[in-house]
Design a protein around this ligand. Structure first.
Ligand SMILES: [Zn+2]
Length: 251
């Protein structure tokens, strides 16, 4: 196999590996995004539940205050039945009335706080529903990843192994250049020479579409074991069998 053929082969296998990984990666990315949303919802839910608990505790302590005031009022009323003088009675009445005002304030506060508790409860229910929906989306994404893995996993392993074997055939320095170009051009380290007009010897680079000097085309044909790069975009130029055989008779 000439160097050109080796690189053509490697590039085809690379593209295959990339295609297979892309399917798997897309599923994984979707799953990560859905999981992140779920985590956020769970976080909000936990915070809201904590707020609800605090509000409920507040209502509880207000209710205890109200009960204590009730008990005190009842006791005062009992005392009022046993007092001997008007003066004592009046003093107790003042105390009872003061307590009544206090109780009314506590009752208002309880009502107000209860509204807050109810509002929080409905928000918790809403969030719980949202989180449940989101969990279903995560499960769906999980299944997608599993399916993609079942479908392409083995193939990807096999293809990667073959690709690595093909890469091992290529000399280190060429491979390093190939990898760099591959990264720079998003997987287009090699490209074909395209024939525009054979009679006028017009050929272009299949990567950047610039017209190629005829020496480059000749080099690609006559020296398949030496790298020929496009002078404009640096891509490694490959000559197709069609162009090679088309040019051969006239040489
Ligand atoms: Zn080019």
């Amino acid at each position: 196999m000439s160097l050109q053929d080796q690189l053509r082969d490697l590039s085809t296998r690379d593209a295959h590996v990339r295609g297979l990984s892309r399917r798997l990666d897309a599923g994984k990315r979707r799953r990560t995004a859905q999981q992140k949303k779920l985590d956020q919802l769970n976080q909000q839910l936990a915070e809201l539940q904590e707020e609800l608990k605090r509000a409920q505790a507040h209502v509880g302590s207000l209710e205890a205050d109200a009960a204590a005031a009730d008990a005190k009022t009842a006791k005062l009323r009992e005392q009022m039945n046993t007092v001997k003088t008007n003066k004592e009675y009046s003093a107790l009445l003042v105390e009872v009335n003061t307590l009544k005002i206090e109780q009314a304030k506590i009752d208002d506060l309880i009502l107000e706080q209860m509204e807050g508790v109810e509002e929080k409860k409905s928000r918790v229910a809403e969030l719980e529903e949202k989180a449940a929906e989101q969990r279903r989306l995560v499960e769906l994404a999980d299944r997608e990843v599993d399916e993609a893995r079942a479908e392409v996993g083995d193939q990807l392993d096999e293809t990667t192994k073959e690709r690595d074997a093909a890469a091992a055939q290529v000399p280190d320095d060429v491979l390093a250049l190939y990898r760099k170009l591959d990264a720079d051009t998003d997987g287009e380290a090699v490209c074909g020479i395209e024939e525009q007009d054979r009679k006028r010897m017009e050929y272009t680079c299949g990567g950047c579409y610039m017209a190629l000097p005829i020496e480059k085309v000749n080099a690609a044909i006559t020296k398949p074991d030496v790298l020929t790069q496009c002078p404009y975009c640096d891509r490694i130029l490959l000559i197709s069998e069609e162009i090679r055989s088309g040019l051969a008779p006239s040489k």
